[in-house]
Ligand binder design. Structure first.
Ligand code: OAD
Length: 231
């Protein structure tokens, strides 16, 4: 008889891609030290200075194309040998997919895609050179990055809450857990299941039951945890 696999839900943030050379947002060398969120990652920024917004995301895309999956991304692929693994990521890079993970839900969009500014269902693969001013969708509107900006709805949020609520094991990796609604996902996970949090820094998580904190970089802590879960 075929055994039903346990479901592992993994919630990832910028920290899992840090060892691949992609900058996080809030560490000391983070992106939000160099840029003001309001200038590049909001609908107001898009209304005010499209060129700056496009330049910011074209740089993010170049950086993500140059990066390679690290041992943490690869460990999550290995976890599929024994578990039904669903990754809910806040990251816009595609390193989970390139490591081979099959089920990845991008809460904050994807840097390899662009979309229409008049119809959000018109989504296209990004051209090699990124988006330029004047690049238009089939309805004639300027293309924008397929990214969820601050102040915009997170369309995948309800699905993510639902997935989290059915987890048998929940793992959090490399996120400061300060950006909502995404960070609220941990409150939808059943109190009784085992939970793990991997981050080299102190993260503010109080009142979460059955939580094991692994204070290590993702590239070290995650392969070790996966090895234990596969035993
Ligand atoms: P942050 O930059 O806020 O947090 C990164 C986390 O990764 C921190 O907790 C670090 O301690 C941790 N970290 C750093 N290096 C690590 C390593 N090698 N291994 C494991 N962890 C490491 O990034 P996010 O929490 O992902 O949204 O940020 C959430 C959202 O805020 C992003 O999706 C983005 C951003 O503004 C939008 O742009 C909409």
């Amino acid at each position: 008889m075929k055994q039903i696999k346990q479901k592992v839900v993994v919630f990832t943030g910028a920290g899992i891609s840090a060892e691949s050379g992609i900058r996080t947002f809030r560490d000391s060398d983070g992106l939000w030290e160099e840029y003001n969120i309001r200038d590049v990652a909001t609908p107001e920024a898009w209304a005010k200075n499209r060129e700056l917004v496009l330049e910011f995301y074209n740089k993010r895309r170049k950086q993500s194309l140059e990066a390679k999956p690290n041992p943490a991304h690869k460990a999550l692929k290995d976890l599929e040998k024994k578990y039904d693994v669903i990754i809910i990521t806040q990251n816009i890079d595609d390193l989970h997919e390139r490591a081979g993970s099959k089920k990845v839900l991008h809460l904050h969009g994807e840097i390899n895609k662009c979309r229409s500014t008049v119809d959000e269902t018109l989504i296209y693969p990004m051209k090699k050179e990124g988006i330029k001013l004047g690049d238009k969708c089939e309805r004639g509107s300027q293309l924008r990055p397929h990214i969820v900006w601050f102040g915009e709805m997170v369309p995948m949020m309800d699905l993510a809450y639902e997935v989290a609520s059915t987890a048998d094991i929940f793992i959090v990796v490399g996120t400061s857990l300060v950006v909502y609604p995404a960070a609220g996902i941990i409150n939808y996970v059943s109190a009784n299941i085992p939970k793990y949090l991997i981050d080299p820094n102190e993260i503010n998580v109080s009142g979460i039951k059955n939580l094991t904190i692994i204070k290590e970089k993702a590239g070290i802590g995650l392969p070790k945890l996966v090895e234990n879960l596969l035993k």
